[in-house]
Design a binder for this molecule. Structure first.
Ligand code: AMP
Length: 219
């Protein structure tokens, strides 16, 4: 099983990808997390990616494609994996297709989580993160239990630099221009499963699970 979770920043695709990975024991490959870790470590990848990320722009295709190529070779991807935040351009999608073909593997489905733009802005600008354990919160929808401190680490939660209102608008613009064309791209390949992303997390996940259960052998 190889799935893509496609959606705008703030659509909740990461949350759904995590739930799916846990339930179906698949490895989750989240390019945003991999890049953020590299930036924190200040390694070669991080130094190359940092400026693009703070500005809300996409990092160059070659950098992320290299990441994916290395990750899918790992033993934990043999059973299956899901891609969260990749591909984000047509070029990335084409290169992914080639990569899988060379390895005699194929994409199963692409889940496209749809959320309207006003809601995306509200979700992203209200989002907070624990700088230590990366647990996500939202000032309105899911605040920390006490004084803006992480429930687990008890240190103040922070706003990701790219969740500031100006950068959010530029990320959404980049999404519209570069990533949204993937909806048609995968629709033409008859792989796209649109999912309404405005509901509750567990309801959306139930819908995704039902679709996945339908692909499993014996169904
Ligand atoms: P995310 O957490 O998925 O919103 O990703 C945060 C940032 O990482 C994005 O705004 C991009 O700068 C970068 N990034 C993540 N995935 C990709 C990708 N597939 N292609 C290019 N840039 C990416």
């Amino acid at each position: 099983m190889i799935f893509i979770f496609l959606g705008a920043p703030g659509s909740g695709k990461g949350t759904q990808a995590t739930l799916t990975a846990e339930k179906y024991r698949l490895t989750q490959i989240c390019t945003g997390d991999i890049l953020r870790e590299a930036v924190q470590r200040k390694d070669a990848l991080g130094l190359k990616a940092a400026d693009y990320m703070t500005a809300g722009k996409l990092v160059p295709d070659d950098l992320v494609i290299d990441i994916i190529e290395q990750r899918i070779e790992r033993a934990n991807c043999k059973r299956g994996f899901l891609l969260d935040g990749f591909p984000r351009t047509i070029e990335q999608a084409k290169r992914l297709g080639k990569m899988l073909k060379q390895r005699n593997r194929a994409l199963s489905e692409v889940f496209y989580i749809k959320v309207e733009e006003k809601q995306l802005i509200r979700r992203l600008t209200g989002r907070r993160i624990c700088p230590q354990c990366s647990k996500l919160y939202h000032i309105e929808f899911n605040p920390p239990k006490r004084d803006e401190l992480c429930d687990i680490c008890h240190i103040p939660v922070v706003q990701r630099k790219d969740d500031s209102p100006e950068v959010v608008l530029s990320r959404l613009e980049v999404y519209r221009q570069k990533t949204e064309p993937l909806v048609k791209y995968y629709q033409k390949k008859d792989m796209l499963i649109p999912v309404e992303g405005n509901g509750k997390v567990d309801e959306i996940f139930r819908e995704i699970s039902q679709k996945i259960d339908g692909f499993l052998p014996g169904n």
